[in-house]
Design a protein around this ligand. Structure first.
Ligand code: NAD
Length: 497
């Protein structure tokens, strides 16, 4: 039996514009649900409701807002199994991985529960005699978030807890591939006591995204997804005067220095390359061996890849799940074929894998390729699948140059025993998030997340302190209370202190 997924507007399930799209289970290829798509009129309705709700929400005391967020946290913990199950069904990832993304998303909710601290302004007495100065931060109004398929719980949580805690109303447009987690979150916010209209969900694709970017009633857009769409959203929403943060794609490199513990590095890079079938923006699709460790690393990573059990995310013994769609699988297979035709050595071949009982699933095995030219698209492009390219350079400087030649700058890692090279790497690399002997250096919720270059368009990183800056506007107030009989001669010169 399949289910329907609708919009969540004004605190209730709301039907769509009439067009629908199937929701598929990546492990079986079967339709599990029907998504009701929105259009510009759905966005109009959501913005109208959000604007009215936000005016009242911004007046709700900080302690009351915080209490609602605490209740939401508790409800999310109680409903983790239910949300993880729908994520596994629609996204494909393992249940343990789905629970992991929920826990990481909750870090931002936990950060938002101390918004009382982050919204404190500054105060200075007597900036001039009898004159005081203070600052305060106010919400922007109605803000929107547009999110990718690969983290249907965590990435929206990078946005809405801080947006809501700071007094905004938030409209979420989740990925059309795995939309159900957001519907559950909407229901739980209502149960937690959030007034209707402060958190809403509009389902759909390009039409809804473009309507959100164009709408005059929306003050800011947060986007996470692929680089071409991030660039498009940044341009479209900026053109209508909105504040925009648009996080794009990635092609993260892990550098393996000659002094590294090779077995440790291989195990860590295996989890970065093949965890969640490589469909993480902080995945490690490229390893760069430095000096004479290349063949040793290939042996170690091949051993790790061959250990992995590929299967449906619902099976607790599965290490690596299917990719999201048949197209995504075809892309990994094509990029493997093209690498081979260009002279690449296929060290571990993920092609031709069949999972018994799941013959129609989007399964592809872990793949390791080396001896590829640095201009080959299988190396330069974001594959977003379980495919690791192992490049080789002679020394540290060449490794830095190779990593910095990528147009992406999301995450990177260095595996080494040398503090000297680890420190130089942090300084010289043009990447936003860096791991030292850590393959997926995703910052915790009370730091901010963001890449450089084609991995982020806009000034603000996501979640943590930068999210408070993104979702608020500051005022600086200068105050003087003259005595009733105080007289001062007027001066035409610019005031100094
Ligand atoms: P995507 O760009 O296809 O979709 C992201 C969102 O944009 C979705 O909500 C989708 O409905 C919408 N969209 C798709 N096509 C559109 C179009 N033509 N016009 C307007 N809107 C459109 O990305 P995806 O496939 O869902 O997610 C995977 C991508 O997201 C990868 O590139 C990955 O690296 C990236 N990602 C980046 C980060 C990060 O923090 N930088 C985090 C997660 C995912």
């Amino acid at each position: 039996m399949t289910y329907d997924v609708q919009h969540w507007i004004a605190g209730a399930e709301t039907p769509g514009s009439g067009s629908t799209q199937p929701i598929l289970n990546p492990a079986t290829g079967e339709q599990v649900g029907t998504l009701h798509l929105g259009d510009a009129s759905t966005v109009d309705r959501a913005v109208e409701v959000a604007a009215a709700a936000q005016r009242e929400w911004a007046q709700v005391s900080l302690s009351k807002r915080t209490q609602i967020l605490y209740r939401m946290r508790q409800l999310m913990i109680e409903h983790t199994d239910e949300i993880a199950e729908v994520i596994t069904r629609e996204h494909g990832k393992t249940v343990a991985d789905a629970k992991g993304e929920i826990a990481r998303g909750l870090e931002t909710l936990e950060f938002a529960t101390s918004i009382t601290q982050d919204l404190k302004g500054g105060f200075s007495e007597n900036v001039s005699s009898g004159v005081d100065a203070h600052t305060m931060r106010q919400p922007l109004g109605v803000v929107a978030g547009i999110t990718p398929f690969n983290f249907p719980a965590m990435v929206p949580f990078w946005m809405h807890p801080v947006a809501i805690a700071t007094g905004n109303a938030f409209i979420l447009k989740p990925s059309e591939r795995d939309p159900s987690a957001s519907s559950i979150v909407a229901r739980l916010y209502q149960e937690a006591g959030l007034p209707d209209g402060v958190f809403q969900v509009v389902q759909g694709g390009k039409e809804v995204v473009d309507a959100l970017c164009a709408h005059d009633g929306i003050a800011a857009v947060s986007f996470v997804g692929s680089t071409p769409i991030a660039r498009h959203v940044h341009q479209a929403a900026s053109a209508t005067g909105k504040r925009v943060q648009a996080l794009g794609g990635a092609n993260n490199h892990a550098v393996v220095m000659p002094d590294a513990n090779i077995e440790f590095a291989a195990a860590q890079i295996s989890s970065g390359a093949f965890g969640s079938a490589g469909e993480r923006c902080m995945a490690v699709p490229v390893a760069v061996t430095v000096g004479d460790v290349h063949e040793r690393f290939l042996e170690a990573i091949a051993a790790e890849a061959k250990k992995l059990r590929v299967g449906p995310g619902s099976d607790p013994s599965t290490d690596m799940p299917p990719v999201i769609t048949a197209d995504a699988k075809a892309r990994v297979l094509r990029m493997t074929d093209e690498a081979e035709q260009a002279g690449g050595r296929i060290v571990v071949d993920g092609r031709g894998l069949v999972v018994e009982g799941f013959e129609n699933g989007n399964f592809v095995g872990p793949t390791v390729i080396t001896d590829l030219d640095a201009t080959h698209p299988t190396y330069t492009d974001e594959v977003f699948g379980p495919l690791l390219v192992v490049m080789h350079v002679d020394n540290f400087d060449e490794a830095v140059a190779l990593v910095n030649s990528s147009p992406f700058g999301n995450g990177t890692a260095i595996f080494t025993d040398s503090g000297h090279y680890a420190r130089r790497y942090q300084e010289e690399i043009q990447v936003g998030m860096i791991g030292v002997n850590v393959p997926i250096p995703t910052p915790v919720g009370y730091y901010s997340f963001g890449g450089w270059k084609d991995s982020l368009f806009g000034e603000h990183h996501a979640h943590g302190p930068e999210a408070v800056g993104f979702y608020t506007r500051q005022k600086a107030i200068t105050t003087r209370w003259p005595a009733q009989n105080e007289s001062v001669e007027s001066s035409m010169s610019f005031p100094t202190h």
